[in-house]
Design a protein around this ligand. Structure first.
Ligand SMILES: [Cu+2]
Length: 362
């Protein structure tokens, strides 16, 4: 009897001590940085847990609902036009980080981290020699930052993390022309880029480029999903990103969107493609079916161009400027000629004039 009583007292004591410890821990105020660090560590842990951290990776590639064609038609394609560069010596850019659930393929939802609420972020346009003043406001849940490949600047200062609710401004001079990637620089970078935090900036050369009739900006990237995203939105799969096995690959964030909504040109038009490969991991082998690229500024080197190129390698983190003259009416697909990527959604079409035939893929 006495032994039972002792056990009872011990158990009650342990319970009270546990309760006190719980209250103490709960009530201890965590400073902002601790909370944020926990949030990041937690997010990474969750992603690893979901994947199991194993090599067993289920692919959700091309998994769409039965009404995928109707959904693709109903989805408004992302704009591809380049806005004019601002006049004067200074270009002011204000970008806001927002966590948004997006469609990345017909019926496929993804919990993205974005610049200005869409993927890719805004397509920026400046002139060589112009100063670019960048303000980043963070309305996301965790710290983020912005790294411009067009900048030559101490990254440990300019590209520092901006805490939620805060803003930071820095300035760089766009001294090199070309088309450049920008992206979130916060660790783990692959996760931040993989979640949609990237975009492009075009820097016009001082001397200008040959006149063209149309300009299309295409930012390629891959998506790594922890689930199909059909009934509940998907989040980033770290195991798939580490293995470089995406579920979707896209131009401007949504699979095959310029196949469902072809871009337009007229016979005789010269079209300039600004292509950026944002990755986070994969290069793009950019090819235009039925054409040969007349002028190819490869690797962002705007001092000279190559002529008569069939396929241009755009490395992850790199860009290229490509001019093509379309002579005959027709449907001209553009693809990543690494067909594993093409089949995951990196295909679009330019409809030149009023072709009599049908698109090959329809
Ligand atoms: Cu970020």
């Amino acid at each position: 009897m006495q032994k039972t009583f002792h056990l009872f007292v011990l158990a009650a004591g342990a319970l009270l001590a546990g309760l006190a410890a719980y209250v103490l821990v709960r009530e201890r105020p965590a400073d902002d940085k601790t909370t944020i660090r926990r949030a990041v560590a937690g997010a990474v842990a969750v992603h690893r847990q979901v994947d199991g951290g194993t090599v067993e990776i289920a692919s959700f590639a091309t998994r769409t609902p039965d009404n995928a064609d109707a959904l693709a038609k109903a989805h408004a394609a992302a704009p591809i036009e380049l806005a004019p560069a601002p006049a004067g010596p200074l270009a002011r850019v204000h970008i806001t980080v927002e966590d948004v659930t997006l469609q990345i393929a017909p019926g496929v939802r993804y919990e993205a981290w974005t610049f200005d609420g869409h993927v890719p972020g805004p397509i920026l346009h400046v002139r060589q020699g112009q100063a670019v003043e960048v303000t980043l406001t963070n309305r996301g849940a965790i710290p983020h930052s912005i790294d411009f490949h067009a900048a030559q600047i101490a990254p440990d200062v300019a590209f520092r993390d901006v805490d939620p609710g805060k803003s930071r401004t820095y300035m760089f001079v766009a001294s090199r022309p070309g088309v450049f990637m920008y992206h979130c620089f916060t660790s783990p970078i692959m996760m931040h880029v993989g979640n949609g935090m990237f975009g492009a900036i075009v820097v016009d050369p001082e001397a200008g480029l040959p006149h063209v009739d149309r300009e299309f900006v295409l930012v390629a990237s891959e998506w790594y999903l922890n689930r199909p995203g059909l009934t509940a939105p998907a989040i980033y799969s770290d195991a798939k990103a580490q293995a470089m096995r995406p579920d979707w690959a896209t131009f401007n964030g949504y699979a095959d969107q310029y196949d469902a909504h072809p871009l337009g040109a007229l016979p005789g038009d010269t079209v300039r493609y600004y292509v950026v490969a944002s990755g986070p991991n994969l290069d793009v082998r950019f090819h235009i079916v039925g054409e040969v690229i007349d002028r190819a500024w490869v690797n962002g080197d705007m001092t000279r161009y190559e002529r008569g190129v069939q396929t241009v390698l755009v490395p992850a983190g790199g860009g290229a400027v490509l001019d093509v003259r379309f002579d005959e009416p027709g449907f001209y697909p553009f693809v990543s000629h690494a067909f594993a990527q093409g089949s995951l959604g990196e295909i679009g079409v330019v409809k030149v004039g009023t072709p009599k035939g049908k698109m090959l893929s329809h």
